[in-house]
Write a protein that binds this ligand. Sequence first.
Ligand code: ADP
Ligand code: MG
Length: 678
Amino acid sequence: MLQLTDSVTELTGVGPKRLTALGQLGIQNISDLLYYFPFRYEDLKVKDLAEAADQEKVTLKGTVVAEPVISRWGPGKTRLNVRILVEHDVVMVTFFNQPYLKDKFETGVDVAIYGKWDAKRHTLTGMKVLAVQSADNPSFAAIYSVNKSVQQGTLVKLIKEAYEKYQAVIPELIPEALRQQYKLVNEQALIAGMHFPETYPEAKQARRTAIFHEFFLYQLQLQSIKQSERHVANGLALHYQNAALKEFIQTLPFELTAAQKRVVNEICLDLKSPTHMNRLLQGDVGSGKTIVAAITMFAAVTAGYQAALMVPTEILAEQHYQKLKQLFAPMNVTVGLLTGSITAKERRPLLADIENGRINMIVGTHALIQNAVNYQRLGFAVIDEQHRFGVNQRRILREKGLQPDVLAMTATPIPRTLAITAYGEMDVSTIDELPKGRVPIETSWVRSNQVEQALSFVGTQLAQHSQVFAITPLIAESEQMDLKNAEEIYAKLSERFAPDYQVALLHGKLKDDEKNRIMTAFSENQIQLLVSTTVVEVGVDVPNATVMLIFDADRFGLAQLHQLRGRVGRGKKQAYCLLVADPKNQQGIDRMTIMTETNDGFVVAQKDLELRGPGEVFGHQQSGVPTFKVGDPIADFASLQVAQQAVQKIFTTDPDLTHYPTLKQYLAQQQQNYLTLD
Ligand code: ADP
Ligand code: MG
């Protein structure tokens, strides 16, 4: 039987290669494909010349007046010129670098061309040759975000085929009553209307439904977690040993800030109480969240439970592991590290020790929630950089233990209303103060023609035994290009600073254990200058690093720049952030200015919101709010709220979803996806 979970290889022309290419877009099965929506539409309706505005993208229809002429205007560059008669005007149409279009133009034949209209010069820069409009030609073309290996045309063809073949088995996920109440279209119309709309109202209606659809299913997952906890009458009451905790805090090399003490108390209170802890800990970069995690994890251990710390990257896992091991060496606490790159040989005894309880604290990546991992007595789970994880990963971690208390930590402040919607009913603790003695980071914006000065400054810092991060540009389209850039900068900096100083290159393509080796060497000051792509962006803590040098800084978003900057200024020495950038637009200039003006993460987040708008900020991975594909949790907040309430009502009246078999099946599928992902 046909099912939306069928692989896309069921479609014509999808072999292993195309499967990989589609996979890069997040498309694996038919459902992924059908719900891969366009981000905008092009109006292909033919316009009259008189209606076309200057620089507008329009479709013109006319008759080819003369044979097209191809000319060269640079190495490998061509221009195709063709004159067409539109009504009574002759228009010159130019296509760049598409000489093969020549065959499409035959003198005396009608054509329709989509392109950009230049009213002054009376010319059209051609973008697309369309079939001359006929009854079955759509007036809109959906535009998808694609990559090099999957083209628009291919995607459209596949979506069409999938829709034709599978439309009869698309399950109706939004309950009928809700659909009627909120005037939403059914699932088939949603998909058809998103991909192949005939009119704008149709596209709009489909989009409205798609937004609700997305929020509804998200809320369904979120609230089903709460449901799964419902069956447990009580959470755990962790009776920790207060004296041991105090003693441990005494051993720390610094005094906790008032804010740290306050949040430790809040968390401990939750631990002790028999209700579930479901708490979010927010605090700016460098505010000292890790030690709060360590103290409270220790509390759980003194109560006779295991504690787990889950982090998004191997580098962070390794760093936290080393730190906890060192902190707890005198306390007779055994710490274990579990990541994807641990060898099979190390793995078996490790898993055994987690299961028999010899290990008290486990640090790891999402390897912590794999099927093979069984905890003896998991009572407390901390999730660092929580926004990097999905809803289901939190759920599975929870289900691993005896319904452990959960603390999620994030450096990204988000509006309160949004926090509740995004995280469910989490309690929030905030660290609103930085440790004493921190000297504020000095941020400067350097033009690329002043990079020499920046480098000599790096030289003086290195000479003072400080360490330096150099972050290389981010080129959105291609990891390959990122790497090439990184290598070039690495070569340049090595030439200048090696062998007096050790220079190393860190990038995403390295094996995990290689990354760990380099990071460890950097944190032990065996490497002084670390050239890196953004893999160091979250969480890394090397207090002796005082310079964060960011190349092409205008390519990064504000939140990310702030995260990167937060890698320095963690010790007592004055730290510097140097942004090398020649921004080409006002936004870039604004971002550089804001960075030089404030160190406060809350202010940066607020400015980010103003500059980019909520859609961009909260649609982004970094933001702390899950990524939605069509919906915008702020602009479409009303829809989000309705979805939240609707789901609430469903669970109140029918907690086991007995009357909603499709929803039940959907949830089961989602969980399975996550379980097999790793
Ligand atoms: P983040 O909140 O960004 O995760 P970390 O937990 O990595 O920050 O802490 C940043 C640095 O500050 C670490 O080197 C940590 O040891 C140090 N630190 C934490 N709390 C204090 C404190 N109360 N006084 C001085 N230094 C502290
Ligand atoms: Mg951290």
